[in-house]
Design a protein. Structure first.
Length: 89
């Protein structure tokens, strides 16, 4: 009986190591950056703008690629704040 208990104790560190390795691989896979370019992201955000006259200013700003992700996020939030997103977004 003690032989089986010894085997169970021996496998626990291996299992813990295996779980740790799997966790690290999963976290590394989730941390990858998007493969979309800033031009693609800008175009996709521009498609979310409603086609109303009061929203043309937001659409014009998104007709050229944003400088970076922060600028694109700021443009999106401004459009959202002025209720210029399409209703199904």
């Amino acid at each position: 009986m003690t032989t089986q208990d010894d085997k169970a104790v021996m496998y626990n560190p291996r299992r813990l190591l295996w779980v740790g390795v799997c966790l690290l691989v999963t976290l590394a896979a989730c941390a990858e950056k998007s493969s979309l370019t800033i031009e693609d992201k800008t175009r996709f955000v521009a498609e979310l703008i409603a086609e109303r006259a009061e929203c043309n200013d937001h659409w014009l700003k998104l007709s050229v690629p944003a400088k970076d992700n922060k600028a694109l996020n700021d443009l999106y939030e401004a459009a959202k704040a002025s209720h210029c997103l399409k209703p199904d977004v």
